[in-house]
Write a protein that binds this ligand. Sequence first.
Ligand SMILES: *Cc1c(COP(=O)(O)O)cnc(C)c1O
Length: 365
Amino acid sequence: MTPMVNLKAQYAEIKEEVERGLAETIENCSFILGPNVQAFEKETAEYLGVKHAIGVASGTDALHLALIAEGIGAGDEVITSAFTFIATAEAIKYVGAIPVFVDIDPRTFNISPFAIEQAITPKTKAVMPVHLFGQPADMTEILQLCEENNLKLIEDACQSFGARINGKQTGAIGHAGGYSFFPSKNLGAFGDGGLVVTNSDETAAKIKQLRNHGSDVRYYHDVIGYNSRLDEMQAVILRAKLKRIDQYNQARRHVAHLYSELMADLPLVTPYEDGLGEHVYHQYTLLSDRRDDILKALQDRQIGCAVYYPVPLHQQNVFKEECAGVSLPVTEAVSATCFSLPICPFLDDDTIREIVAIIRGVLTA
Ligand SMILES: *Cc1c(COP(=O)(O)O)cnc(C)c1O
């Protein structure tokens, strides 16, 4: 059996460090915004090259709080991709704003800067690019569009922790960026967790307040906030993994490149690296007209596989009515043929060869 992500193998490597840290936390009983959250915030700010990193309860909350702090609200239009996880659009809806879904680049599956430009109206207040599957979106173009049109740039970096572009970290380029520590993400906790980063002192102060019931000083409340703090136990685990994140991402790149090399002669589309930044392969996602046959063959052999994402957001039940008339041909075509293979830092070459042999069997039968 080969899972999509081998979390057990990763745990074996950090077990001692994590168990020691967790035991200490239990002894100390400092469970909320304790020393590990504070240390993790300092360490991630340094790693990501930003002034402020604020731990929150999830990636969804990170995006939600970033939108509030940047002043996005009722009736504002936020341009984003429909080829992403629902949370990107949920965060936009939470603040009463309108997600404006635009099409993607057919090769990288990332939001198209040209499509963003076409969608800008007087109501547009922000752009929320997603660094999908770990590949940085075209931030040079997107940043320029945002500057020219006076728009907030809020990055969904939930799938791209550690991916760099133009010498910067994804998530650390715009006004604010959100990361997720959902267990299967490149930097994953043992439960939910998230992070907001920003270089703005004002945005950082607002997020710290919002995550903690609208309060800077205990029992004094300035705004209606949320209970959305990064958990102290999760911070222990994240600190152990943060030390190894570059190594993990390099191992993911090795897996991806071996897959692509072994499948180069097959009639399917392997992931395209546009070379603008460094892809950290949160997912290894391909296109094939024979998707369903391939998925069935892999499932029969107990190999993990999945479709990210089978239904683009503008066609989801929840958005169908709001998005009637929206047509995104590239997004729709990609959703109809995409599928993802197991990838994680602990997938060995023999298993990769085995998986490719199964796919080869389907396509050459
Ligand atoms: C995982 C993810 C989120 C949400 O993160 P959670 O921590 O699960 O709330 C948001 N956007 C994208 C693109 C994601 O992959």
